[in-house]
Design a protein around this ligand. Structure first.
Ligand code: SF4
Ligand code: SF4
Length: 372
């Protein structure tokens, strides 16, 4: 369980390449992870069609550097993701990854076909429908972005793999696994199925607050890499200033002994002592995980923050189209929420292009927290 953490000051290609090479050398080189002739899927975070400076997507210069390292190891790099709203091509074009693929001669896989993959060992899910390319590659590299996440607390190397579920299929998982612990269990099953050989996190500029789309870009100046996506995420959470024991995904991984605690992970590189203070997403203050599971199930609406539509809603309808339980509609050119149906998944907050969904804590949530 070794994780490399190296300082990278900016996205100038020479600097990114230096940082990546340094991180890989600390781990034994790219050849430790891919073999000559392997077809390697590089899975960046391409959540949405937004420019790199928004810090929503993995920076294209890091994608370029990884493509080159994979090729240098004699393997064939492919790049692919399924964004939250738009198609892969549009997202890749806007975030600069399409241009990099073209310049480097790497195939951009559109993730428009699916295949069923069985995972009998899964704790939550025993069969996933994923992008068919996952069946056609030899290795996967998770190339994530260091960001907060309204629903899951953080999104790093492990949650990044959720983009291998194609398009609107993702919403089904929110419906089936409404508690954050259940959702985290599903993500861990997916990661165990896809088994990325290497995980890299772009934390040169990360995102704090209400990520993964509507948070604030923050310069962290770090790149992380490791063999275990869970260990990389534990280090990432702690570097962001969060306790990995409080983040649903890493907490569950620790509970199941799938990874070592932060204190026992071998942390190497010149950025190993970096500790930052990222703003928490409001939802992390939820008490869902701190009460018995049966109570959390019945009291979720009181124990979690409530999404609310602000006056700057432009009535685009994107949230309505993606709300898993269909709890939203447009009325008088503004989105409205039926709270009897809302499952607190925060997809509306995540995808709103106008940042018009805020989270409000109810009085009960504030009161109960005082006694815990
Ligand atoms: S809340 Fe956001 S996503 Fe929903 S209709 Fe308004 S602007 Fe669009
Ligand atoms: S209203 Fe928002 S938080 Fe509630 S279920 Fe719909 S997308 Fe999820």
């Amino acid at each position: 369980m070794k994780v490399a953490a190296v300082k990278v000051t900016d996205y100038n290609y020479a600097e990114v390449e230096r940082g990546l090479k340094e991180a890989l050398e600390l781990l034994g080189g790219m050849e430790r992870f891919v073999n000559g002739g392997d077809r390697v899927l590089i899975k960046p975070n391409m959540l949405e069609a937004l420019p790199p400076e928004k810090a929503v997507t993995t920076n294209p210069e890091l994608v370029r550097a990884v493509i080159r390292e994979v090729r240098k190891a004699g393997a064939v790099p492919l790049v692919g993701d399924s964004p939250g709203t738009t198609g892969t091509l549009k997202a890749a074009e806007k975030c600069g990854i399409l241009a990099v693929c073209r310049e480097e001669g790497a195939e951009l896989v559109l993730f428009d076909k699916t295949v069923e993959m069985s995972y009998p060992e899964g704790e939550m899910i025993k069969k996933f429908t994923v992008a068919s390319c996952l069946n056609e590659v030899d290795k996967v590299i998770s190339l994530a972005k260091m960001k907060t996440h309204t629903f899951m607390g953080i999104t790093g190397a492990t949650k990044n793999l959720f983009g291998c579920i194609v398009g609107m299929e993702k919403a089904q998982f929110h419906l089936r696994m409404q508690a954050r612990q259940e959702f985290a269990g599903m993500i861990i099953d997916l990661a165990s199925l896809l088994r990325p050989v290497l995980s890299i996190v772009d934390g040169v500029v990360g995102m704090e607050g209400n990520g993964p789309r509507n948070g604030i870009p923050v310069k962290a100046g770090v790149m992380l890499a490791g063999e275990s996506c869970l260990a990389v995420d534990i280090v990432m959470a702690e570097m962001m200033g969060f306790s990995s024991e409080r983040i649903p995904l890493t907490a569950l991984a620790l509970e199941r002994q799938l990874t070592l605690p932060f204190s026992e992970i071998e942390l190497v590189g010149d950025a190993r002592d970096i500790r930052l203070k990222f703003l928490e997403p409001r939802s992390l203050k939820s008490l869902e995980e701190r009460v018995p599971r049966w109570l959390a199930k019945f009291g979720r609406s009181h124990l979690t923050a409530q999404p609310e539509i602000a006056v700057n809603c432009i009535g685009c309808g994107r949230c309505v189209a993606h709300c898993p339980p269909k709890a939203m509609r447009i009325s008088n050119s503004r989105a409205t929420i039926n709270y009897n149906v809302c499952i607190r998944c925060y997809c509306c907050q995540e995808l709103c292009p106008a940042n018009a969904v805020s989270l409000r804590e109810g009085r009960l949530l504030k009161l109960v927290r005082r006694f815990l």
